[in-house]
Design a protein around this ligand. Structure first.
Ligand code: KIV
Length: 273
C-alpha cells in the first residue's frame, strides 16, 4: 500500500540551505514579524526572515533606519515562539554592527541569546568582512545582503536597481566573494539585474536569495505583507500579489461595523445565557 508523502517536519538548518543549492532545489524565504504568522508559515517556508522592514511595514516609518535592537529581538522572539521547523534569521539594525567588531559580536549574540533565533543578517560587502568573520567565529551564522541595501538608502539615493554598470557589477561580485570568504552562509541580493544575480550565484557556493533579482538566484524572499496584498501603496515591478487581503480586511471590518450599528451583532449565537 503506498503512503501519501509526509511533510518534512525536521528543523531547517543553514547547512540544509547550501545542500539545497547543490541539489538545485530553490530556497523559499518570507519575512515574518510575529508568532501568529510564524505558526501559519512554519511548515511551508524554509526561512522566516525577521526583517528590519518591520519598521516600515508595521511601524509606519519611511525607512528601516530607526529600527532598534530591542525591537528586532521582540519580533524575533515572537517568531520563534510561533515556529518549530523554519530557520529564523534576524536583521541586525542600523548602527548595531557598523561601529565596531566588538559591538557587532555583542549585539548579534544578544539577538540569538534573547530571541532564540538561528542567525543574523547584515548589509554590506568587503568592508564588513572582518565583522562577519568575528560574528561567525563566535558561533553565530550570518546571512549577507548586497545590491540595494536599505540601511544605506541615503547614500544610494533611492530604491533603485543596483549594478547595471559593469564597474558596479564587478564591485558587487567582489563584495559577494568577500562575504562568502568571511564565512557567511547565505546572501540576499536585492534589486539587481537578473544577469548579475546569475553571475554572483554561479560564483558562490553559498546560496543567493533574491528579491527583485530575477529567477536565477538559489532562493527567493518577499515581504509577507506585500505579497499578501496588505500593503496597498507598494507596487514595485518585482512584487507579485498572491492574495488581496486588504480587500478582505476592509470587507470584513465593514460588515462588522454595519452589523454592530444595526444591532445584528452580537445575536443569540454569540451571547451567553
Ligand atoms: O528587511 C527586510 O525585510 C529585508 C528583505 C527585504 C530581504 O531585508
Amino acid at each position: 500500500m503506498s503512503q501519501a508523502p509526509q511533510p518534512d517536519t525536521r528543523a531547517v538548518t543553514f547547512l540544509d540551505l547550501t545542500a539545497r543549492k547543490r541539489a538545485g532545489q530553490k530556497i523559499v524565504v518570507l519575512t515574518c514579524y510575529d508568532a501568529l504568522f510564524a505558526r501559519l508559515l512554519d511548515e511551508l517556508i524554509d526561512v522566516l526572515l525577521v526583517g528590519d522592514s518591520v519598521n516600515q511595514v508595521l511601524a509606519g516609518q519611511d525607512t528601516t533606519l530607526s529600527a532598534t535592537l530591542d525591537q528586532m529581538i521582540y519580533h524575533a522572539a515572537s517568531v520563534r515562539r510561533g515556529s518549530r521547523r523554519a530557520l529564523v534569521v534576524v536583521d541586525m539594525p542600523f548602527l548595531t554592527y557598523q561601529i565596531s567588531v566588538t559591538d557587532a559580536v555583542r549585539n548579534a549574540g544578544r539577538i540569538l541569546q534573547e530571541s532564540g533565533a538561528h542567525g543574523v543578517k547584515i548589509e554590506g560587502g568587503r568592508h564588513l568582512a572582518p565583522t562577519i568573520e568575528a560574528i561567525v567565529r563566535t558561533g553565530i551564522p550570518v546571512m549577507g545582503h548586497l545590491g540595494l541595501t536599505p540601511q544605506s538608502i541615503n547614500t544610494l539615493g533611492g530604491y533603485r536597481v543596483q549594478g547595471r554598470e559593469e564597474a558596479v557589477a564587478k564591485a558587487l561580485i567582489e563584495d559577494a566573494r568577500a562575504v562568502e570568504a568571511a564565512g557567511a552562509q547565505a546572501l540576499v541580493l536585492e534589486l539587481v539585474p537578473t544577469a548579475l544575480a546569475q553571475r554572483i550565484s554561479a560564483a558562490l557556493t553559498i546560496p543567493t536569495i533574491g528579491i527583485g533579482a530575477g529567477p536565477e538566484c538559489d532562493g527567493q524572499v518577499l515581504v509577507l505583507h506585500d505579497m499578501l496584498g496588505l500593503n496597498e501603496g507598494f507596487t514595485p515591478k518585482f512584487l507579485k500579489h498572491y492574495a488581496h487581503l486588504a480587500d478582505t480586511v476592509r470587507e470584513a471590518a465593514g460588515r462588522y461595523a454595519s452589523e454592530v450599528r444595526a444591532g445584528i451583532y452580537p445575536g443569540k449565537d454569540h451571547s451567553f445565557e
